[in-house]
Design a protein around this ligand. Structure first.
Ligand SMILES: [Zn+2]
Length: 374
């Protein structure tokens, strides 16, 4: 391992920065295999736009990153992104070398879009904001465009139902209408199959996927336009090659843990509309794996004393000895399980979404119907 990487990893460990962020966000910027990376820090709809940015900049995660990576020529910035609903705001911590001005432009666009959507207006700036953000992070154009199309369609669907900017709807009601979630779920069915799977099976299945598919999920919270998208694959391969040039075991770590984590994350996110708990156990598992391996790798001054076999042993050991409160099986909503397993019978007590929406509309009097205003 290059001494600069080893020093950075040690400093990140001392500053308590999650090993997953180190691998997925910090080192690719150090290696310049990606122009910028972003980690999703927090979701909080109780704060306004500026309040959320301030909270993110004050967070221990942001401060720890800033104190370490600035010594390596890496800059840290905060950003926020409105949801197509205009209600939720997502906050992000960006790591980058150049382009502080771009970040300001992205912030202005997202801010405008959020303001419009939360007033129940269809925002022209929203797609532009997403595009600029994707380009800044080095995402491929095809993947940016498919994500933008999904989100704009989602915004239009919500507007046509009078749900845009309306705080009365739950996250799951809003997400149930997201074309992006449906597309992600189709992708996951395609690559992981439609059967019930636990974490061990998932890890095994992912390890058997072609490099083309695995590399196309090159970073966390990124959604390839198609599993195995050639352009996304090339970004993943560039990141992996830079790891390989630094230390082959870092490349192994990226391929065997970071990429499977990203795929599992898309899987759990695509079924989020069920309103079930967040996949914290997946995040903890990946962090434990990476921490265990990085500790071994940086413990030796020369020659890490770790090989491909010992990486596999650590993963197996953790799989055998971890308790997962949330397995992939438990995360699947019942009706989705039924459609995945092929028997499409609906539960009798399940009320169709339209009826549920009508019911909740009746409950809230005095809400503004934007279809009437337009
Ligand atoms: Zn693509």
């Amino acid at each position: 391992m290059r001494s600069v990487t080893k020093r950075l990893i040690d400093e990140c460990r001392e500053a308590d920065i999650a090993p997953l962020y180190v691998m997925d966000n910090v080192i690719p910027v150090l290696h310049s295999s990606r122009p910028a990376t972003a980690l999703v820090y927090d979701i909080n709809d109780k704060l306004d736009y500026d309040g959320l940015l301030q909270k993110t900049a004050d967070s221990s995660c942001y401060r720890a990153l800033e104190s370490v990576v600035s010594r390596y020529g890496i800059k840290v910035g905060v950003g926020a992104q409105g949801h197509p609903h205009g209600k939720r705001i997502l906050s992000k911590i960006y790591l980058f070398r150049d382009g502080g001005d771009d970040l300001r432009d992205i912030d202005n666009l997202f801010r405008k879009a959020h303001c419009e959507m939360s007033n129940g207006e269809i925002s022209e700036s929203y797609g532009e904001a997403l595009r600029c953000d994707g380009k800044f992070l080095g995402y491929s154009d095809c993947c940016i465009e498919s994500a933008v199309a999904d989100d704009i369609e989602h915004m239009n669907i919500l507007a046509s139902r009078g749900m845009l900017g309306d705080r009365g709807y739950s996250d799951s009601e809003v997400d149930e209408l997201a074309p992006g979630n449906k597309r992600m779920l189709r992708h996951m069915q395609k690559i992981l199959g439609g059967d019930r799977i636990d974490m061990r099976t998932a890890v095994k299945k992912i390890s058997k996927l072609s490099p083309r598919v695995r590399f196309s999920y090159f970073t966390n919270a990124f959604y390839a336009c198609e599993p195995g998208c050639l352009n996304a694959f090339e970004v993943g391969r560039r990141v992996s090659t830079s790891y390989l040039g630094d230390d082959p075991m870092l490349a192994e770590l990226y391929t065997k843990i970071v990429l499977p984590h990203n795929i599992m994350f898309v899987y759990t996110l695509s079924i989020k509309e069920s309103g079930l708990p967040k996949p914290q156990s997946l995040y903890n598992f990946s962090n434990k794996c990476i921490a265990g391996i990085l500790n071994k790798m940086t413990a030796h001054a020369s020659g890490s004393g770790i090989d491909s076999m010992s990486i596999q042993n650590i993963i197996d050991h953790l799989l055998d000895n971890s308790s997962y409160e949330v397995t992939m099986d438990a995360l699947l909503p019942k009706e989705m399980m039924r459609s995945l397993s092929g028997s499409g019978r609906k539960r009798k007590d399940r009320v169709p979404l339209d009826q549920r929406l009508n019911k909740s509309r009746k409950r809230r009097r005095g809400r503004i119907d934007i279809r009437k205003r337009r």
